[in-house]
Design a protein around this ligand. Structure first.
Ligand SMILES: [Zn+2]
Length: 204
């Protein structure tokens, strides 16, 4: 096997951000135990671009979300219920629930997809990781209507959600599709094609 230069290899664990520098190409993360291949191209997870910027903005987004829906609730309460302490209590509950939902949405653990020589690894969360060899994978496409990157995996359509895998970063989605399609698929067998095989005409 050719020795890859260190700069071409995965620098951190996509699951826990532990530094992988100096570790073998195929190994397990010393921190979280994830079996990795440092030739992976990873999309999402701890390698998502601009995590600091996003992190700084998230509480503001959450707060704006809570304020907006509290105002909507205030208008509804104003017209639907008699003005009194019960209305304000209801409003407080709505605001609290909204803020909690915003917090849950914006602090969800990050999913990732890793594309490597052996195939594709899809990390959905601590309890679910899928691994597919190239023999089971179809061509990928970015599907706007379905909101994500779609490809056939083991005969079933698999969708990598726009927001949970890519935080709606369209250039990342595009790079992911290109990377998925840049690996050669094992050649189709004649039986798997829909077009009928041209039978050689009988000779002699
Ligand atoms: Zn790790």
């Amino acid at each position: 096997m050719d020795a890859e230069p260190e700069s071409n290899l995965l620098p951190i664990c996509p699951r826990c951000a532990y530094s992988l520098r100096g570790l073998p190409v195929e190994h397990r993360c010393p921190e979280c135990g994830l079996a990795f291949d440092r030739r992976w191209r990873v999309f999402g997870g701890q390698l998502l671009p601009g995590p600091r910027d996003a992190g700084a903005r998230l509480p503001i987004i959450g707060l704006a979300y809570a304020v907006f829906w509290s105002l909507v609730a205030a208008v509804l309460v104003w017209f639907a219920a008699p003005r009194g302490w019960t209305s304000w209590l209801l409003l407080t509950v709505v605001a609290a629930v909204t803020a909690l939902m915003a917090w849950l949405v914006f602090t969800k653990p990050r999913k990732f997809v890793a594309v490597g020589p052996e195939g594709v690894v899809i990390y959905h969360g601590p309890t679910r990781t899928q691994r597919f060899p190239w023999t089971q994978l179809g061509r990928a496409e970015f599907n706007i209507a379905r909101g994500g990157v779609i490809f056939l995996a083991a005969g079933k359509p698999l969708r990598l959600d726009r927001s949970t895998f890519f935080r709606s970063n369209y250039s990342e989605m595009d790079r992911c599709v290109q990377t998925l399609n840049s690996y050669p698929r094992p050649r189709e067998t004649a039986a798997s094609r829909n077009t009928p095989q041209q039978t050689p005409s009988a000779s002699t």
